[in-house]
Design a binder for this molecule. Structure first.
Ligand SMILES: NC(=[NH2+])NCCC[C@H](N)C(=O)O
Ligand SMILES: [Mn+2]
Ligand SMILES: [Mn+2]
Length: 326
């Protein structure tokens, strides 16, 4: 038995332990420069080889090395639509990503998105759910990213992807807008959050109204991460039959571990708690898609801060792919 075969994750919905990495150097969903360099840092730190060393076959991608590096161009005259900032840029980018991700997922491989800001999840989740329509979504984040074009206070679209996926935006802004292509693919009962600690008023109202499974840092303290993950998965995947998409915003972790990110919030998950979530998902064998987003190397105050953020991100990916299973 080879060293790689020794890793025990047994993917239920993925062909031959195949994976394609999609690098999306995109920052249009928020105002801070640098998050577009996240993928490059993660790749230079050895992401592809680390994935391969866990027995995954990196397949497909534009260069047939299992990696697709996307490129995005800013459309001219991208004026605000309602409160939404850079709506055409985000719509074009996420639509392109959606098509790429759907292709990967339909090929039977696991789709791993490295970002880039969290607006990208409009595309990655749409693409994964096209191939796996019965999937559920675990969203690990300090934020709910559940604002609609009406409720957003900042206008930054990285604060809105979940509302698009759920189809919560009701206004004409959505119907006539550049985001017409987004088909709501997610039901409120298939979404769970872990790590929340910075919610806007509109987001809190939606969580209550739709009874969304939302575990804040308070719940993590109260029940411990083990129970929280169990409760979250019981809510969205009670029969354990559904594929799982894991969308991980590095700001879910405490800024002690991931300082180089655009909207850090103190009082977050420890690195071990973040890894535990990923390990618990790996254990199910049901992972079909993962996003690792919001690594912004430009916001690390020292080289060490950047390096720690990148290596924490890599740990999360490896744990989700089975590194620590015995
Ligand atoms: N993906 C993120 N880091 N999102 C932060 C969102 C912050 C805030 N709730 C907003 O809508 O602007
Ligand atoms: Mn966040
Ligand atoms: Mn986020």
């Amino acid at each position: 038995m080879s060293y790689a075969e020794n890793f025990l994750v047994k993917p239920k919905f993925i062909k031959n332990k195949e994976i394609t990495v999609i690098a999306a150097p995109f920052s249009g969903g928020q105002p801070r420069g640098g998050v577009e360099d996240g993928p490059d840092h993660l790749l230079k730190a050895g992401l592809l080889n680390q994935v391969r060393n866990l027995g995954w076959k990196t397949v497909g991608g534009s260069t047939d090395t299992g990696l697709t590096v996307m490129s995005f161009t800013k459309p001219p005259n991208d004026t605000d639509v309602g409160k939404m900032k850079q709506p055409r840029y985000v719509s074009n980018a996420t639509q392109t990503l959606y098509k790429e991700t759907a292709k990967v997922s339909k090929s039977g491989a696991l789709s791993l998105l490295i970002g880039g800001d969290h607006s990208l999840a409009i595309g990655s989740v749409s693409g994964v759910f096209e191939a796996h329509p019965d999937a559920c979504l675990l969203w690990i984040d300090a934020h709910a990213d559940l604002n609609t074009p009406e409720t957003t206070e900042s206008g930054n679209l990285h604060g809105c992807p979940v509302s698009f996926l759920l189809g919560l935006a009701k206004s004409a802004e959505m119907e006539d807008s550049v985001f017409r292509w987004v088909k709501p693919c997610l039901a409120t009962g298939r979404l769970a959050y872990i790590g929340l600690r910075d919610l806007d008023a509109g987001e809190r109202a939606f969580i209550r109204e739709y009874n969304i499974a939302a575990y804040t840092m308070h719940h993590v303290d109260k029940f411990g991460i083990g129970r929280v993950v169990e409760m979250a998965l019981d809510r969205i995947n009670p029969d354990k039959a559904r594929p799982i998409h894991l969308s991980f915003d590095v700001d879910a972790l405490d800024p002690i571990y991931t300082p180089a990110t655009g909207t850090p919030v103190r009082g977050g998950l420890t690195l071990r708690e973040g890894c535990y979530i990923c390990e618990a998902v790996a254990e199910t064998g049901a992972l079909v898609g993962m996003d690792l987003v919001e690594t912004n190397p430009a916001l690390g105050s020292t080289d060490q801060a950047i390096q720690e953020t990148v290596s924490a991100g890599l740990s999360l990916v490896r744990c989700a792919l089975g590194e620590t299973l015995l």
